[in-house]
Write a protein that binds this ligand. Structure first.
Ligand SMILES: [Zn+2]
Length: 247
C-alpha cells in the first residue's frame, strides 16, 4: 500500500500532509520502514515533518508544543540520523547505529533511524539494512530519504513503503493535451511529470479512485523511465489507467 503525500510550496500550507499521515498511522497503514522520495530539499522537509509526528510525545497533533515538537528534529535524542561520508554510507556506519537501537526511545513513543540519501548506501550496507528491517524492535521506524530510489536494491524497496513528495513544478497542467502525450514516440521524465500534474488537476475536480490510480500510475511510469525501463511498458501502464479513469 503506498501513500502519496503532498508537500505544498509555501510554508503556510506545508503541513497539509499532516492529516493524511495521521490517518495513515491511525489506521495502521503506515509501516515501520519508509522511503521518502523527492528532490533533496523536499525529501528533507518531508522527513522533518514525519519525524516530528513520529516522535511527538502527545499524539502528534499539528498544534502540539511538547518537548519533542518544539525542538529541532536533527538534535532529537530519539532521531538517529545517518548521512553519507564521501558520497557513501558504509555498512560500518549502519552497524554503529544498530548497536544503539536495542535501548528504548528516551522521550518518545518511537525511535527513528533516518538515513539521508539512502541511495548512497553501499550494497553491503543495503544487505545489512535488509536483515535489520525484518525484525526491528516495535518502537523503531526507518526513514530513508532519497532522490533516486532506483539506486536502492529491489529487496530493500519491497520492504518499505514509498512516500513521495510532489515534483517541484510550476505547471498546473491546464493546457495539457493527453492525446498528444500518448502519441509521443518516447516519453521523457519531464513529459511524465507534466502528465502527472494534469492528472492531479483532474483528480482534484473529480475525486474518483480511478483518477487517483492514474496519478499513482504516473509516478510508477516516472520511476520506470528514471530507471531506463522500456517505453512500451510505460505507455501500457499509463494507457490502461487512463482508459479506466475516462470510462
Ligand atoms: Zn508533540
Amino acid at each position: 500500500m503506498s501513500w502519496i503525500l503532498i508537500v505544498m510550496k509555501s510554508s503556510k500550507t506545508y503541513l497539509s500532509p499532516w492529516p493524511l499521515t495521521e490517518q495513515a498511522w491511525q489506521s495502521g497503514h503506515l509501516g515501520h520502514a519508509l522511503i521518502v522520495e523527492g528532490t533533496a530539499s523536499k525529501a528533507y522537509e518531508l522527513a522533518v515533518a514525519l519525524c516530528r509526528q513520529l516522535v511527538c510525545e502527545d499524539g502528534g497533533d499539528i498544534a502540539c508544543r511538547c518537548r519533542s515538537c518544539s525542538g529541532e528534529m536533527t538534535k532529537h535524542p530519539d532521531v538517529m540520523r545517518l548521512e553519507p561520508e564521501k558520497d557513501r554510507i558504509r555498512r560500518e556506519a549502519l552497524q554503529m547505529i544498530f548497536q544503539n537501537i536495542t535501548r528504548p526511545p528516551l522521550w518518545s513513543p518511537r525511535l527513528v533511524i533516518w538515513i539521508e540519501q539512502a541511495h548512497r548506501l553501499t550494497e553491503a550496507a543495503q544487505n545489512y539494512l535488509l536483515k535489520n528491517l525484518e525484525e526491528p524492535p516495535a518502537y523503531v521506524v526507518f526513514l530513508l530519504t532519497t532522490d533516486q530510489s532506483h539506486g536502492l536494491l529491489a529487496t530493500v524497496k519491497s520492504r518499505c513503503q514509498l512516500l513521495r513528495s510532489e515534483p517541484d513544478w510550476e505547471d498546473d497542467g491546464s493546457d495539457f493535451d493527453p492525446y498528444r502525450f500518448f502519441a509521443e514516440k518516447e516519453l521523457t521524465r519531464d513529459q511524465i511529470i507534466r502528465f502527472s500534474y494534469w492528472v492531479r488537476s483532474q483528480y482534484r475536480h473529480r475525486q474518483s479512485p480511478s483518477w487517483l490510480a492514474l496519478w499513482e500510475a504516473s509516478y510508477r511510469a516516472y520511476e520506470h523511465v528514471n530507471a531506463n525501463g522500456a517505453q512500451e511498458l510505460v505507455k501500457e501502464l499509463l494507457r490502461d489507467a487512463f482508459d479506466h479513469a475516462r470510462s
